[in-house]
Design a binder for this molecule. Structure first.
Ligand SMILES: [Zn+2]
Length: 409
């Protein structure tokens, strides 16, 4: 049997979010025009663009861009050109200019860290270059309905995975996206979009969102404090961040489809005093609250287990792990959302799943129903500044909500 040690520490910590503030950011970076727009040695220049897709190959992409075969082959063999191609990610827009007979003049795309990467034809060979891209910034809005999973809904709304996981993270203190989602849930999201020469390159931060889960509406707006630390707040100024996340599993495209696949033993919380999350081996398991590692190691039916001690006499336990995260050792401090280990099936488990326990003063509590305290609200002296930001963002959410109603009528 398992023995867990308990300690009592006063009060929950306050919230800090170290991501860079959006409203203070300069979004225009050093100017970089598409390469060599000025050359005019050819009667006709053809301009094409296409997307590099999941499972795509460079040669298929070059064919779609109508680069002629021999040159495409040379490109693929050239070590000089192969290096930038490795920076191509699925979803990236690639633009190319060719002559009438398919000779490549130049091609370019935006790679990681917002670099403009270009490959230029130079006689028989090629030259490549990489420089900071000039990105412009705008605000975009989308909404959608949950029919099967959050990712299916965000895909249908044309949102990136980045925006989908931000939505799940923003409401992670109120909604367990692995268990609470229902058909008919709705979301509306206002977020930053970065463009290069008028074409979307990537999405940025979610600035405001509404999630309607089982007919209950949750709203969030992004706001940063005087020191530039940002966080999400309810439009009335309450903090959206709770002392504990609803779910210890990282929400991802892989786990979202796993929602209801619980392993057959001891499904009832009452029967075994924990919650089981079916998930593929290797799924990331996060600390649900700030705390200190009380135990890490192997323990009977729990298999590999991490036990964290939090404020207010709370302990959380994460069992059946396949691996522990680096730095998880007794006495180590862990922040909310930090990795503690990976899902596995060590100990008493018939399939890969996470066993999660939540105890208050050594009493098992059901983490699915317990109310968690919220982090600090917007400070009184910042309320006026907060309202100036939150008002227009909430108005955008209202606008989309009204538009959706109008569409239904
Ligand atoms: Zn269990």
């Amino acid at each position: 049997m398992v023995t867990l040690l308990f300690g009592v520490v006063a009060a929950f910590g306050t919230v800090q979010d170290t991501r860079e503030p959006v409203f203070a950011r300069t979004v225009v970076e050093p100017l970089a025009l598409p390469p060599k727009l000025e050359d005019n040695n050819f009667d006709k220049v053809f301009f094409r663009e296409d997307h590099f897709q999941r499972g795509d190959t460079i040669s298929a992409l070059l064919e779609r861009l109508e680069v002629e075969d021999q040159q495409a082959e040379r490109l693929l063999r050239s070590p000089e050109a192969r290096r930038p191609f490795r920076l191509l990610r699925p979803g990236t827009t690639v633009q190319a200019r060719t002559t009438e007979d398919g000779s490549l003049l130049s091609m370019w795309f935006i790679g990681g860290r917002d670099q403009l990467i270009s490959i230029d034809g130079a006689g028989e060979g090629f030259t490549t270059s990489e420089q900071p891209a000039e990105l412009t910034h705008r605000i975009q809005m989308r909404s959608g309905d949950i029919k099967s999973s959050l990712f299916a809904a965000t895909d249908a709304a044309g949102l990136s995975d980045n925006v989908a996981t931000q939505i799940a993270d923003i409401f992670a203190g109120d909604v367990d996206f692995h268990r609470d989602l229902r058909r008919g849930d709705k979301f509306t999201v206002v977020y930053e979009m970065f463009d290069h020469l008028g074409r979307p390159v990537r999405s940025g931060r979610v600035l405001a969102a509404e999630f309607i889960n089982q007919k209950k509406s949750y709203r969030a707006v992004w706001f940063q404090d005087a020191e530039g630390h940002g966080g999400y707040y309810v439009p009335d100024g309450k903090n959206l961040r709770k002392a504990f996340l609803r779910s210890p599993l990282e929400f991802s495209r892989i786990t979202s489809g796993f929602a209801m696949r619980f392993h057959p033993i001891l499904q009832q919380w009452r029967a075994h005093r924990g919650v089981d999350y079916g998930a593929p081996t290797g799924t990331r398991v996060k600390a649900t609250g700030d705390g200190v590692v009380e135990f890490v190691g192997r323990q009977g039916g729990y298999g590999n287990v991490v036990v964290l001690r939090h404020g207010g006499g709370v302990m959380t336990a994460y069992g059946h792990l396949s691996r522990f995260a680096n730095g998880i050792r007794k006495g180590a401090r862990v922040g909310q959302g930090e990795l503690v280990g990976l899902v596995g099936q060590t100990g008493w488990a018939t399939g890969p799943h996470l066993h999660y326990e939540f105890r208050v003063n050594n009493q098992h509590r059901n983490p699915l129903t317990i109310a968690f305290p919220a982090a600090q609200p917007v400070a009184p002296e910042r309320l006026a500044a907060f309202r100036a930001v939150a008002g227009p963002l909430a108005a955008r959410l209202d606008l989309l909500a009204t538009t959706n109603l109008a569409l239904l009528e």
